[in-house]
Design a binder for this molecule. Structure first.
Ligand code: UTP
Length: 287
């Protein structure tokens, strides 16, 4: 079976960016010159996904406008002779077939995934969290799809994290399967460093079996009073295999102001049009 659909959750409050996120979605904050959410949409498309479902919420309309067509803007760019910018906004509005569904109460990532249940239907799907921007010549989701096509079940992306960072991640208990693959023998959401069953933390890329929906429906609210996807996967595990894949690439956590700033610097330094000048600027800063 082929994975055709991807869910992108963008309904969270984004409290860590207040006041910037009081009247605009966190996912629309720019990472250099593109809103953060555009990076995961492009990754999904580059991985072969054809249908994208974005879970939004109150106050997130700018996301829909961003991926919609703007005839007025196109006309204005045409009149100004801005052919390159015109091509870019046209490309953007034709990126993918995107549907939107609203999460009416922010009850956690697991709840946001459940919100997409009827749009996903009874087929495996990808889940991407826009906070995680992952850079590699082969998109992270594409790497995962290759592994999943051999394995089936559900697959989570993991990376090695420092023990003291464990409380910021879902941590897996791994069974090495060779190479970058692991069987998942347990999952704990945000454990203390002492309780963490390994140093492999889940990052925001998943391929999920549709059985996750029933598992989430049967999962009680967990940490922070939220319905945790990690708890849903732990419930799914005895019925269906869950695997983990240690992806290739550099992950930037854009979910905090410092993380977004670091990502912007790293990505800009790698860009031909910005890198050299930025490097010179950074060198000249009095630290
Ligand atoms: P976070 O835990 O980063 O929460 O969500 P947040 O609300 O986005 O940001 P802070 O912590 O308030 O600063 C992880 C992912 O789950 C989505 C978020 O949009 C993000 O993609 N999410 C979280 C939802 O869609 N709905 C929720 O109820 C909670």
């Amino acid at each position: 079976m082929k994975v055709r659909k991807a869910v992108v959750t963008a309904a969270g409050w984004g409290t860590r960016f207040l006041p910037a996120t009081k009247a605009q979605p966190k996912e629309m904050l720019p990472l250099i010159d593109k809103p953060v959410i555009q990076y995961v949409i492009e990754e999904a498309v580059a991985s072969g996904i054809t249908q994208i479902i974005i879970v939004t919420a109150l106050g997130k309309r700018a996301i829909e406008d961003h991926f919609d067509r703007s005839a007025e803007l196109e006309q204005a760019l045409r009149a100004k002779g801005e052919a390159k910018r015109l091509a870019e906004v046209q490309r953007l509005s034709n990126l993918a077939d995107i549907s939107y569904i609203r999460q009416k109460e922010q009850l956690g990532l697991g709840h946001a995934v459940l919100t997409a249940k009827y749009l996903v239907g009874d087929e495996p799907f990808a889940l991407l969290l826009p906070d995680d921007v992952i850079v590699h010549t082969t998109p992270c989701l594409k790497q995962m799809l290759r592994a999943w096509e051999r394995l089936g079940g559900s697959l989570v992306a993991v990376q090695k994290v420092r023990r003291e960072e464990a409380p910021a991640y879902g941590i897996i208990r791994p069974r090495p399967l060779g190479g970058r693959l692991y069987g998942v023998e347990g999952l704990v959401e945000k454990p203390s460093p002492q309780e963490a069953p390994s140093n492999l933390g889940i990052v925001g890329r998943y391929i999920l079996s549709p059985s996750i929906f029933a598992a989430l429906e049967a999962t009680p609210r967990g940490r922070g009073g939220e319905l945790q996807l990690t708890d849903g996967l732990e419930r799914l595990r005895p019925q269906e295999p869950v695997f983990a894949y240690e992806f290739l690439g550099k992950r930037h956590d854009t979910g905090t102001p410092l993380g977004l700033l670091k990502a912007a610097v790293a990505l800009a330094l790698a860009r031909e049009d910005l890198g050299a000048e930025l490097q010179e600027y950074l060198r000249g800063l009095k630290l």
